[in-house]
Design a protein around this ligand. Structure first.
Ligand code: ZN
Length: 142
């Protein structure tokens, strides 16, 4: 994790009053800058010596609950990522670009706050209190 990201992350953690236990720290490192399935997280955690599936599961659900991590479905699979350090989106609002490459998928993000503004200000949505906006764009790079 870069120093700036680390600082921002721990500031966020402090604000949320989270106790960063060792497994929580390890999971943040595993997820840093990535979109991972549970299986991939488990592998990363096991590589770091956390062999107990239940511990990994509990740690993930704690971080999800605290909105440190968020989840999204891409290609029918659930992916997890850090939301606290991500400049491109928060836990609730993001735009993901799914490039369906031959072997699996590549997940990118677009930083486009003006798209969220456009949606929020759309006539029929103005009297609607929006909790989250999640956009998934699928395709192939030209
Ligand atoms: Zn993302």
């Amino acid at each position: 994790m870069s120093q700036a990201i680390k600082e921002r992350f721990y500031k966020g953690v402090k604000k949320h009053n989270l106790r960063m236990t060792k497994p929580r720290k390890a999971m943040v490192e595993v997820l840093d800058n990535k979109h991972l399935t549970f299986k991939e997280i488990l592998k990363g955690m096991q590589d770091r010596g956390y062999l107990n599936v239940q511990t990994v599961y509990n740690t993930l659900y704690f971080l999800l609950d605290q909105k440190v991590v968020c989840e999204s479905f891409f290609n029918d699979l659930k992916y997890y990522e850090l939301s606290l350090t991500n400049q491109n989106h928060d836990a609730n609002s993001h735009i993901h670009l799914i490039d369906t490459v031959d072997e699996g998928i590549s997940i990118k993000e677009i930083y486009a706050p003006e798209i969220f503004e456009f949606i929020k200000n759309y006539d029929e949505l103005r009297k609607f209190d929006i909790d989250s906006i999640k956009i998934v764009i699928e395709g192939k790079e030209k």
